[in-house]
Write a protein that binds this ligand. Structure first.
Ligand code: MN
Length: 227
C-alpha cells in the first residue's frame, strides 16, 4: 500500500561535535522539579511523586526564531535540562531546552481540572540546543542552569537543586510508558519563570552541556526552515 500523502518525518536534533543527528521521537516533560519553582507557582514543595505531561514531537525546533504563539497573552519561558535517550532507552546525551508555556491557558485548564495540552503543546513550544553526547560530557548532576531575557538573568539555578534526579525521573516515567530511543525528557525548571513579549531575545545554558539562543517573533510570523 502506498501512503496517501508523504509521511511525517520526525524532527532531528543536531548532535554537538558530530555529523550525525538525533532522530527525535516523543517529548516527555516533568512538572515542578525544583522546590524554588514549586514555591513560586504557589504549591507545596514536599516531595510528591513527579508528574508528567507531553508535548507533540513537532513542537521541537532547533532554530533561533520562535513566532509568538496564537491564542495567548502570557507566553512564559522555562529553561530545562533535557535528557536524550538512545537505543535501549539508555541516556544518549543532554541538551538545553525551553519548555515554552501559554501560562494563561495552562492556568485556565488547571482551574477546571482539565489537561494542560494546549497550554504546553503548540508549534515551536520546545526549542532545543544541540545534544551533547554522554561520551563527551558524562552525566552532569550539578552545574548552573540559567536563562537571560534581553540580557537580564531571570532564571539562575543549579542541577543539584532538582527534587527528583534524572535517574529517578526516568524510573518513574518507565512505570507508565516504554521509553524509546529518540525520546526526550524535559526535567523541570528552576525559579524565575516569566512572560515574554514579541522581540524578546533569550539566551540560556547549562554548564557543561551547552547553550541556547532564541528570539521571539511577532504572532504568526514564519521562521526560516531550520529542521
Ligand atoms: Mn517545564
Amino acid at each position: 500500500m502506498n501512503n496517501a500523502f508523504p509521511p511525517w518525518v520526525p524532527p532531528r536534533v543536531a548532535i554537538a561535535g558530530s555529523d550525525q543527528v538525533f532522530p527525535a521521537r516523543r517529548i516527555w516533560c516533568v512538572g515542578q522539579n525544583y522546590a524554588s519553582h514549586v514555591l513560586e507557582m504557589g504549591n507545596d514543595p514536599t516531595r510528591d511523586p513527579p508528574f508528567f505531561f507531553a508535548k507533540p514531537p513537532d513542537a521541537l525546533t532547533s532554530g533561533g526564531f520562535v513566532p509568538y504563539p496564537p491564542a495567548t497573552a502570557d507566553l512564559h519561558h522555562e529553561v530545562e535540562l533535557v535528557v536524550a535517550l538512545g537505543p535501549g532507552a539508555e541516556i544518549f546525551g543532554y541538551a538545553v531546552g525551553l519548555d515554552l508555556t501559554r501560562r494563561d491557558l495552562q492556568a485556565a485548564a488547571k482551574a477546571k481540572g482539565r489537561p494542560w495540552t494546549l497550554g504546553k503543546g503548540f508549534d515551536f513550544a520546545a526549542p532545543i540546543s544541540p545534544i551533547a553526547r554522554v561520551s563527551d560530557v558524562g552525566h552532569p548532576r550539578a552545574g548552573r542552569i540559567w536563562l537571560a531575557v534581553d540580557g537580564v538573568v531571570r532564571q539562575d539555578g543549579d542541577l543539584a537543586q532538582m527534587t527528583w534526579s534524572v535517574e529517578e525521573l526516568l524510573a518513574q516515567l518507565a512505570r507508565y510508558v516504554t521509553l524509546q530511543a529518540g525520546d526526550l525528557v524535559f526535567t523541570g525548571t528552576p525559579a524565575g519563570v516569566g512572560p515574554l513579549l514579541p522581540g524578546a531575545r533569550l539566551a540560556g545554558g547549562v554548564t557543561g552541556i551547552g547553550e541556547i539562543a532564541v528570539q521571539i517573533g511577532p504572532t504568526g510570523s514564519v521562521p526560516a526552515p531550520s529542521r
